[in-house]
Design a binder for this molecule. Structure first.
Ligand code: APR
Length: 250
């Protein structure tokens, strides 16, 4: 894979880098994406049922059990090379932030320190009534959603469903980062879900160098300076070698 000198220099000189990630980065770990390909989740499962408050209220056990399967996947699967390369980038640039739409916790497991989770985490639950939050007990899965120890309402996964607001603090931190980075690398995001998808556009408007890695075209193609079509782990491995092991003058 060939990269032009500008990409290599911009990445090598960047003081502040944001990696903005979506389901595509975990696809190579074996976690299904939501909207691309025959095995994507929203092809087989209705998001109105499995990713909405109404869906949960109509049949809490059904939704809870669906998430139990996803929790089991996250537990047995591992972060892949793409997650590890992003974690290694912390040793190369002074300020590296990961802003992710993923709920699998793989960036943290790979060693990334500054991770902003825009869509929550499958490793936590929150109660339906008051939003009390608790770590999920992976060792003792239940068929039914348990009750909140504080207010007795039902616990649900602490993830953002359609129609819900993003966690306020996470989103405002992510916005700040998008306004103030030298380079933003968007990886495995379909760019269809807002407001998360507005972050790369913010970065571009504020003068950041925008790089996109995706197996397919997205709406961001026309805005990004560089579009690398390919799998996250393959493109990032090649990019790492080009930036840190090549003799292009920076
Ligand atoms: N490497 C790079 N990109 C990939 C790979 C891969 N190995 N595999 C798939 N992709 C790309 C697809 O081409 C697609 O553009 O990843 C993207 C995945 O898109 P989505 O499934 O829509 O995932 P995402 O953008 O993260 O979805 C946003 O929608 O319902 C939700 O809340 C959920 O956080 C999620 C949000």
């Amino acid at each position: 894979m060939k990269f032009n000198e500008t990409v290599i220099k911009r990445l090598r000189q960047a003081e502040t880098i944001v990696f903005f990630t979506g389901a595509g980065i975990s696809q190579e770990s074996g976690i299904p994406t939501f909207r691309d390909g025959a095995k994507s989740l929203w092809k087989d499962f209705d998001p109105d049922i499995y990713a909405s408050v109404n869906g949960f209220d109509n049949d809490p056990s059904k939704v809870w059990q669906w998430y139990a399967e996803r929790r089991q996947q996250v537990r047995v699967l591992e972060p892949n090379r793409a997650h590890f390369i992003i974690a290694d980038w912390q040793h190369k640039a002074p300020h590296v932030t990961v802003i992710t739409q993923n709920i699998d916790g793989f960036h943290q497991r790979a060693g990334s320190q500054n991770v902003i989770e825009l869509h929550g985490s499958i490793a936590r639950n929150q109660c339906r009534k008051n939003g009390h939050r608790f770590p999920h007990d992976f060792d003792h899965p239940t068929q039914q959603p348990p009750n909140c120890p504080e207010c007795n309402s039902l616990l649900r996964p602490d993830v953002v469903w359609f129609g819900e607001n993003l966690p306020e603090e996470a989103y405002s931190q992510a916005e700040m980062k998008s306004f103030n980075c030298d380079v933003l690398v968007s990886i495995g995001c379909s760019m269809e879900v807002f407001p998360a998808a507005s972050l790369p556009y913010n970065a571009a408007r504020c003068g950041a160098y925008l790089i996109q890695i995706n197996t397919q075209a997205t709406d961001l193609d026309t805005v990004a300076e560089c579009n690398f079509q390919g799998k996250a782990s393959e493109v990032l491995s090649a990019l790492w070698c080009a930036v840190w092991n090549s003799d292009v003058e920076a």
